[in-house]
Write a protein that binds this ligand. Structure first.
Ligand SMILES: N[C@@H](CCC(=O)N[C@@H](CS)C(=O)NCC(=O)O)C(=O)O
Length: 214
């Protein structure tokens, strides 16, 4: 059975839980990180020398980096459903996973930390404004892409939807004004019809509000 380490309020852990839910895989969830800690323990560092969550163990393989775990699970268990068979078709999903990690996430995390995880009295309004504008630029591009197709990689749900949508749930729910992005909203609405998304992504994250540790 797959074992996954990581607190369920961590959005990188949520990507993996959502994927496991889509694939209906049995798993054991071990709480780690956050107020539970444990990431600096030798046993945990032996699995992930970065001391970060999520980590999974499946049979004799240990994997860290959330998007790599999502890729592994889809390749290993989705029987060509979430993991497209041809490299060309797969690249349509993979680019959005890499875009999430390299482009959206740095700016979104900047916004999330400066707006949501910093106590209001300590807000740096210029920093929030700058991060918000960078996110809006990314989302305008995403909205234009989704004007042309139902999901990120085409007309069907794929692994490419998981990382981006996981970040965006927080963007929409953290209480900051958001731009008009009707196609992104429509896509989000379609994802909210999926049970694993509702179970693992549409969950409260208020334990992180104003909290600058972990
Ligand atoms: N790029 C890594 C980032 C991992 C990461 O930064 N995880 C955060 C949670 S989202 C963490 O370990 N935080 C420490 C903690 O929760 O104690 C990934 O995608 O897996």
């Amino acid at each position: 059975m797959i074992k996954i380490w990581g607190r369920s309020s961590a959005y990188n852990v949520q990507k993996v839980l959502w994927t496991i839910g889509e694939l209906e895989l049995p798993y054991q969830h071990i709480n780690a990180g956050g107020s539970v800690g444990g990431l600096d323990q030798p046993e945990f560092l032996g699995m992930n020398p970065n001391g970060r969550i999520p980590v999974i163990v499946d049979d004799n393989i240990t994997i860290w980096e959330s998007n790599s775990i999502v890729r592994y699970l889809c390749a290993q268990y989705s029987h060509d459903w979430l993991w497209a068979k041809t490299p060309a078709k797969r690249s349509l999903a993979e680019r959005w996973m890499d875009w999430e990690l390299a482009t959206l996430q740095p700016d979104f995390l900047d916004l999330f930390w400066s707006f949501y995880r910093t106590p209001e009295a300590l807000h740096d309004h210029q920093k929030i404004q700058n991060a918000s504008e960078r996110c809006q630029k990314h989302l305008a591009m995403l909205d234009a892409h989704l004007a042309e197709q139902t999901f990120l990689a085409g007309d069907e749900f794929s692994m490419g939807d998981i990382p981006v949508a996981t970040s965006l749930y927080r963007y929409f729910e953290m209480g900051i004004p958001t731009p008009q992005i009707p196609n992104v909203r429509r896509w989000n609405g379609a994802l909210a019809e999926r049970k694993p998304y509702r179970e693992h992504i549409m969950t409260p994250f208020d334990e992180l509000c104003g909290r600058q540790t972990f």
